[in-house]
Design a protein around this ligand. Structure first.
Ligand code: BES
Ligand code: MN
Ligand code: ZN
Length: 515
């Protein structure tokens, strides 16, 4: 994990392999941003001209590396584009800073230490730059034979570590004696560590992560950070009547698990339940996915990873709220023992479900977990799932959909996500779509109309939420796994989607801002 410090030294005196400055896109070319003054001075006031000659424009995400001028301790200057400068009297929005810091950190992975001299108007900006730098300084090397072994892990060959993430980040102008700045960066470090826990889990291939080993990860983290954890194995699930989890998991040699991992606080007045879809591999089951649709399906546990990471973050930050995570873990495989299309499952709630399509498995494992979570009568439940391709068709690859049984809560979750730099959009729950799931043999079918497939899935889940409990559903199928070119702090692979939103929701609940 990258170390982060706040420093009072100037961009000129900071000891680092590179000093990062911001550059805005001005009407007549690049304009060095606040924080770059000392560097500009070292360039004789000609930093803008030098950057322009090098082809820099100040466009968002643009990275320009140049050798440092005399008078700078760092041998390299990295100028990162911030886009259009804010209007007079306004500051850069936090997500712009977060992404710029992320682009810079990504470009510096493989080096040791960087000093960030980006505009830090207030503690929120410091938080955003810290987060961006830490999120950008990420590399998943667990399965690279030439990477340095991670601490505590057996690594095979040592290697040159060239793919190692940036090890140290210093925020120049970071006001180390300012309480709010200090708190912001401490929170950012916990958030980044936990976001990376989620990323690592999503990036881990399914031959190295199954329901049992995922549950073991939860047990290990619970031990390390003082959380309470309970794991229901296949025997306990049978005894408890968890027909959804068992029905989905029965085709796999790796049986399902339901994990309950809980952070509690003596002064907590509210309890938030988080439920995550944890399909460690989604082959589709007997309704097998064709080639072209199964290559990234190790990511189908991203909801459970986000929930797990958030609960641990809440514990590490000592939030005055109870946060209970429910990880619905199963592997969806075809076999002689797999659930067949047409089979009827009796769910934990007692409802029966006709499984028309074994690839609509997420809603089956979530249904059991939602019913179980409801038994504890939390103040609110949020479930997170890579649930439907339909949501990706609707919202694209970077935006998750939010459904809820409470309009005000849906709006709150949406606003929180925007505030923390995660793109989301509120989606409706049209009642008329329910009849498409009517089954001639069971209480409900696991499929309905194709049109509005993401909404149909949400309507299915709603049936398993306890009476009177406020509930929201986040369909992160789009943003959970990034396949195109890296940008900002987003690398290829697992993104940690929804961790920031869930953590902020927990913090808001702790501070009594919510209902
Ligand atoms: N895990 C998939 C959804 C998904 C697709 C996530 C692509 C990430 C990327 C889910 O289990 C699924 O297969 N959903 C089906 C539902 C359908 C059979 C009703 C889908 O969306 O096609
Ligand atoms: Mn599926
Ligand atoms: Zn799935």
């Amino acid at each position: 994990m990258t170390a982060l410090t706040l420093s009072t030294s100037s961009a000129a005196t900071a000891r680092a392999d590179a000093v990062v400055v911001g550059v805005a896109k001005g009407a007549k070319g690049p304009v060095p941003a606040t924080g770059a003054e000392a560097v500009d001075e070292a360039f004789g006031g000609k930093l803008a001209a030098v950057l322009e000659t090098l082809g820099a424009t100040g466009a968002e995400g643009e990275v320009t590396k140049l050798p440092a001028a005399d008078g700078l301790k760092a041998p390299v200057v990295l100028a990162v584009g911030l886009g259009a400068a804010p209007a007079k009297g306004e500051t850069y929005d936090n997500e712009t800073l977060r992404r710029a810091a992320g682009s810079a950190a990504r470009a510096l992975n493989g080096t040791k230490k960087a000093a960030f001299a980006l505009p830090l108007e207030d503690a929120e900006a410091a938080a955003a730059v810290s987060e961006g730098a830490l999120f950008g300084a990420y590399a998943f090397t667990a399965f690279r034979s030439d990477a340095a072994p991670a601490k505590g892990k057996k690594g095979a060959k040592g290697g040159n570590g060239s793919s190692d993430p940036l090890a140290e980040v210093t925020l120049v102008g970071g006001k180390p004696r300012d309480k709010e700045f200090k708190a912001a960066t401490e929170r950012a470090q916990v958030l980044a560590a936990e976001l990376h826990r989620a990323r690592d889990l999503v990036n881990t291939p399914s031959n190295a992560l199954n329901p049992k080993t995922f549950a073991a990860e939860a047990q290990a983290a619970a031990k390390e950070f003082g959380l309470k954890v309970e794991v229901l194995d296949e025997k306990a699930l049978k005894k408890g009547g968890f027909g959804g989890l068992l029905g989905v998991g029965q085709g796999s040699d790796a049986p399902p698990r339901l994990v309950r991992i809980a952070h509690t606080h003596p002064k907590a007045e509210k309890t938030l339940a988080l439920v995550g879809k944890g399909i460690t591999y989604d082959s589709g089951g007997i309704s097998l996915k064709p080639a072209g649709h199964n290559e990234t399906m190790k990511c189908d546990m991203a909801g459970a990873a986000a929930v797990f990471a958030t609960v641990v973050a809440a514990a590490r930050l000592g939030l005055a709220v109870n946060v209970t995570g429910w990880l619905a873990l199963a592997e969806n495989m075809p076999s002689g023992n797999a659930t067949r299309p047409g089979d009827v499952l009796t769910m934990y709630s007692g409802k029966t479900v006709e499984v028309l399509n074994t690839d609509a498995e997420g809603r089956l494992v979530l249904a059991d977990a939602l019913t179980r979570a409801s038994e504890e009568e939390p103040d609110a439940i949020v479930d997170v799932a890579t649930l439907t391709g339909a949501m990706m068709l609707a919202l694209g690859n970077r935006t998750f959909g939010i459904m809820a049984n409470d309009d005000a809560f849906r709006t709150t979750v949406h606003e929180i996500s925007e505030e923390v730099g995660e793109q989301s959009w509120p989606m409706p729950m049209p009642a008329e779509l329910r009849k498409g799931m009517d089954s001639p043999v069971a209480d409900i079918a696991n499929m309905g109309e194709r049109m509005g497939g993401g909404l149909v899935a949400g309507l299915f889940l709603k049936e398993f939420v306890g009476e009177g409990i406020t509930w929201a559903h986040l369909d992160i199928a789009g943003p959970a796994f990034h396949e195109s070119a890296p940008y900002g702090y987003t690398h290829k692979g697992g993104t940690g989607s929804s961790v920031r939103t869930l953590l902020r929701l927990a913090e808001r609940t702790a501070s009594g801002d919510l209902g």
